[in-house]
Design a protein around this ligand. Structure first.
Ligand code: HEC
Length: 151
């Protein structure tokens, strides 16, 4: 019986960490059925910064869509901007996602309070948080509130 205890402990630890956004967990920012409600703001196009993938950009609601398209100020808190990444020129070869989530004021005031995620094609989190590589490039291309996709 004594040998089972470490296993029990391990499973308790794993259960306790269910809601953390560690690597290889499903994103809790991007819902599985997001396509039903998300709105497209950019059609499929080739992007050099993202491993030369093709991107298709969507946002989570009408307020975010309006702010993204107007491009004259910050997006509202709670906004999600997601890029569907594809290796096919018509964006049908999904390889994963990159997204920006507008977190609470103070989350990262130095860079627009965005939380960044890179996901695989099953929406498992590969990178999460104040991801420096995302921030440094988006700070350079910054068209509006750290977004980089031109009209
Ligand atoms: C080397 C530069 C570079 C890096 C690194 C980079 N991006 Fe981007 N990203 C871009 C450019 C350029 C675009 C716009 C491309 C276009 O539409 O032509 C873009 C577009 C996006 C978009 C679509 C919305 C928009 O208008 O910006 C999202 C979401 C995004 N990136 C997330 C991320 C995340 C998350 C990371 C880090 C895991 C990341 N990016 C790393 C350059 C970069």
């Amino acid at each position: 019986m004594g040998t089972r205890r470490p296993l029990l402990l391990l499973s308790l630890l794993l259960a306790g960490s269910c809601f953390q956004q560690d690597s290889n967990r499903t994103s809790q920012i991007l819902p599985g059925d997001y396509q039903a409600s998300y709105l497209q703001v950019r059609g499929c196009r080739l992007v050099i910064g993202h491993n030369s993938n093709y991107l298709d950009v969507r946002v989570n609601n009408a307020e975010a869509q309006q702010a993204y398209l107007a491009a004259n100020g910050p997006l509202p808190q709670g906004s999600v901007v997601v890029a569907e990444e594809s290796d096919a020129a018509d964006c049908t070869g999904l390889t994963g996602y990159t997204l920006m989530f507008k977190d609470v004021p103070g989350y990262n005031a130095a860079a627009g309070d965005w939380r960044w995620q890179r996901l695989d094609d099953q929406r498992n989190v590969l990178e999460d948080g104040r991801v420096q590589s995302c921030i440094s490039c988006h700070t350079q291309c910054n068209l509006n509130d750290y977004t980089c996709s031109p009209p």
